[in-house]
Design a protein around this ligand. Structure first.
Ligand code: MN
Length: 308
């Protein structure tokens, strides 16, 4: 396509993945760059174009040569919506990347588990890449098989917040604040070991500004995060983190089931209430504090039904 010079400001917007944004930043690092633009990673001013890369992944090219510069990225921009379609065969190679995800936040029983994991071009070769996809599509059985393999190959930080501790903390923190603090801790653990690559993607559960507000009073905040929705079916690192977190959740549920000699159900639906009533009748209502997230509405229903 011939270059078309229009004597006016042109604007081209596209969505780039974290690696592409990082490449873009590196490529133009010798040009005047600003990092104080709200919601933006950076803004760089070249002759004929100003490029602003937002935390959402949106990149805006503005200026006489917007079209020209944008076209350099046109063919590599992220495929749109359809890429998050169910059947992901294998996740694209995104180079060195860390990713994080959490499990158990929608389950009445059991802990919250958070994992941050690092995949490099090197370790990718050893991972069962074809088998790893969005962990929500994998059966518990597959998760239990895959997780130990993955955990032997890549570095990760896994945090398990048990119910007793959760119920204490929850009095002062909402669920998202708890998640934010756990993700933050997981990244700090990896950073302390110097294991984090430049790109770190969190499976987004809250706006980035909100996420960092939850961490305001933390002694240390890991700030190099890229927030992305549905990241676990886009990036291998996030998918691995999700699998490790879910495996830890399953193991914790096994432990509860063994200890109480009752098969603890997942989720927070009617079947969970039914089980809860049996549990309370056997172990008393105070025992809920050690096995459940007691602020869930299930507690009231269970305690009501257990009276009869
Ligand atoms: Mn998630």
């Amino acid at each position: 396509m011939p270059f078309l010079y229009i004597i006016s400001m042109t604007t081209k917007t596209m969505k780039l993945n974290p690696k592409q944004i990082n490449d873009l930043k590196k490529r133009y690092q010798s040009f005047p760059m600003r990092t104080d633009i709200p919601y933006a990673h950076f803004q760089v001013r070249l002759e004929g174009v100003t490029i602003t890369a937002y935390e959402s992944g949106k990149v805006v090219f503005q200026g006489l040569d917007a079209e020209v510069y944008a076209n350099l990225y046109g063919d590599v921009s992220l495929p749109s919506k359809s890429s998050s379609d169910k059947k992901v065969q294998s996740l694209p190679d995104t180079g060195d990347m860390a990713g994080s995800d959490e499990v158990g936040t929608g389950d009445y029983f059991g802990p919250i588990t958070v994992c941050a994991a690092v995949v490099t071009t090197q370790t990718r070769k050893d991972l069962p890449v074809q088998a790893i996809k969005d962990s929500k599509e994998l059966t518990d059985e597959t998760i239990r098989e895959l997780a130990p393999q993955i955990m032997e190959i890549i570095p990760y930080s896994l945090l398990v917040l048990d119910n007793k501790k959760y119920n204490t903390i929850q009095k002062q923190n909402n669920m998202n604040a708890i998640k934010a603090k756990l993700h933050n801790k997981a990244y700090l653990n990896l950073e302390a070991k110097n294991l984090l690559p430049e790109i770190c993607v969190i499976d987004q559960f809250a706006q980035d500004t909100l996420y960092y507000r939850y961490l305001e009073n933390e002694p240390q905040i890991f700030k190099r995060l890229t927030f992305e929705m549905k990241a676990e079916n886009k990036y291998l690192a996030v998918a691995c983190a999700a699998i490790i977190a879910r495996n830890a959740f399953l193991e914790a549920m096994d432990q509860l089931s063994n200890f109480y000699d009752m098969e603890f159900p997942k989720g927070a639906g009617k079947h969970v209430d039914t089980f809860g009533v049996q549990f309370v009748k056997k172990y008393g209502k105070d025992a809920l504090n050690t096995v459940a997230k007691v602020h869930f509405a299930n507690t009231e229903r269970i305690l009501n039904d257990a009276k009869d």
